[in-house]
Design a protein around this ligand. Structure first.
Ligand SMILES: Nc1ncnc2c1ncn2[C@@H]1O[C@H](COP(=O)(O)OP(=O)(O)OP(=O)(O)O)[C@@H](O)[C@H]1O
Length: 390
């Protein structure tokens, strides 16, 4: 189990991670989702002891990484697939890692087979494609047969067959009871791979819940309603009638209305009684990708001037996503599992708490409330409302 508690990392004036508290449990694939620059890699580096938290702490199996006995046998990680001596063959690269950690040579050949590189094991890795490099990085992570695995964007550069392979590998590793923590900026990928999701935006926790719960909460049904083109008064009349009946109509880019809060037959009856003709009345589900983008829209660092997401900037019917908290933006009502900055969140294990690797049921007692962020360290994102918080 990985446990982060009030984890904060600043690089000079830049706050990369702010007051993150979460647990990553064994036996499941936990997706770590966030837009580019949201702090995923920084968090992973802190878990692996490669970066020191400015405040807070993170443990693996109850120990700080640097205090873990025989760490390479307990934790495997793919952070940067390019961090390989290109002049060495894939096999020699793995051999050198194995020798450093006292791992037997036969394990090198085993993992080469697991990742499908057995045929090219003697080739220099500098000739490898991006996908082959990812496979080699995954082989290195698996070398010590660890119980805890971290993968930073493992499907980068992989073709569809490779993506499917990684997806199945993650699931298999989790089904063997391992802790699998995998970052991505793609909701669509995580929805197919992960059991649990931790979503961050600008370094702050935005959601911590099972994928099923995320789907249930965010697969909002809505109706698309279109009135005849060139008759704007028809749409205005319908909008008023729907609002009066408790619906939330929102204009879509193509002239249709997106209506939540009313079932389709009721919309049809209301239109009929108002004498409004309909050209379209169809049921829809908001996609998970859309829900995720709405959740993180306020925390995207880099955006094109011609941005498809602009359409998502408008407030969705019924307001922000239930429980959505934009960093530095509008507070909503917390989602179950979502941490609102300043709200009580699970703390580290108390004496007599879980032993390393032991799974804690969600919401189990025995956790101390976290300390509030230090007085001298105000939430750096509080300034974001009026502009760039960086
Ligand atoms: N060593 C560093 N010095 C200064 N700033 C840094 C450093 N490392 C990361 N950052 C900044 O911290 C923020 C978080 O970066 P990080 O790489 O953790 O995000 P990420 O979610 O992994 O992004 P991506 O999906 O693009 O890899 C970014 O704004 C980044 O520029």
């Amino acid at each position: 189990m990985i446990e982060a508690y009030g984890l904060t990392k600043r690089y000079g004036a830049k706050t990369a991670v702010y007051n993150l508290t979460f647990q990553v449990r064994p036996g499941a694939v936990t997706g770590f989702l966030g837009p580019n620059g949201s702090g995923k890699s920084t968090t992973m580096r802190m878990i692996l002891g490669l970066d020191t938290p400015t405040s807070g702490q993170v443990t693996v199996g109850g120990h700080a990484f640097k205090g873990l006995p025989n760490a390479p046998r307990q934790v495997g990680a793919l952070l940067d697939a390019k961090a390989v001596h290109g002049g060495r063959s894939a096999r020699n690269h793995l051999l050198s890692l194995a020798q450093l950690s006292g791992i037997p040579t036969r394990r090198v050949d085993e993992v080469l087979g697991v990742v499908g590189l057995q045929e090219v094991g003697k080739k220099r890795s500098k000739g490898f494609s991006l996908g082959m490099g990812q496979r080699l990085g995954i082989a290195a992570a698996l070398l010590g047969d660890p119980q805890v695995l971290l993968f930073d964007e493992p499907v980068n550069g992989l073709d569809p067959e490779g993506i499917l392979w990684v997806r199945n590998l993650m699931k298999r590793l989790a089904s063997e009871g391992r802790t699998v923590f995998v970052s991505s900026h793609l909701m669509s990928e995580m929805a197919q791979t992960a059991d649990h999701l931790i979503v961050i935006g600008r370094g702050q926790l935005m959601a911590d819940m099972s994928v099923n719960e995320f789907i249930t909460r965010n697969s909002v049904g809505f109706a698309r309603v279109r009135t005849p083109e060139g008759e704007p008064e028809q749409q205005e009349k319908l909008t008023a009638v729907l609002q009066e009946a408790g619906g939330q109509p929102q204009p879509e880019g193509d002239g249709a209305l997106r209506v939540t809060g009313l079932p389709l037959p009721h919309i049809s009856d209301l239109a009929h009684h108002a004498g409004v003709r309909l050209w379209e009345l169809s049921p829809h589900q908001a996609s998970l990708e859309e829900a995720y983008m709405r959740m993180t829209q306020g925390s995207v660092d880099y955006r094109s001037t011609v941005d498809e997401r602009a359409g998502l900037q408008q407030q969705m019917p019924g307001g922000p996503l239930p429980g959505q908290q934009m960093p530095g933006g509008l507070p909503g009502t917390p989602m179950p599992g979502q941490h609102m900055p300043g709200a009580p969140v699970p703390g580290p294990p108390m004496p007599g708490g879980p032993v390393p690797g032991q799974q804690m049921p969600a919401q189990q007692g025995g956790w101390a409330p976290p300390p509030p962020p230090p007085q001298d360290a105000p939430n750096p994102y509080a300034r974001a409302e009026g502009g760039d918080a960086r």
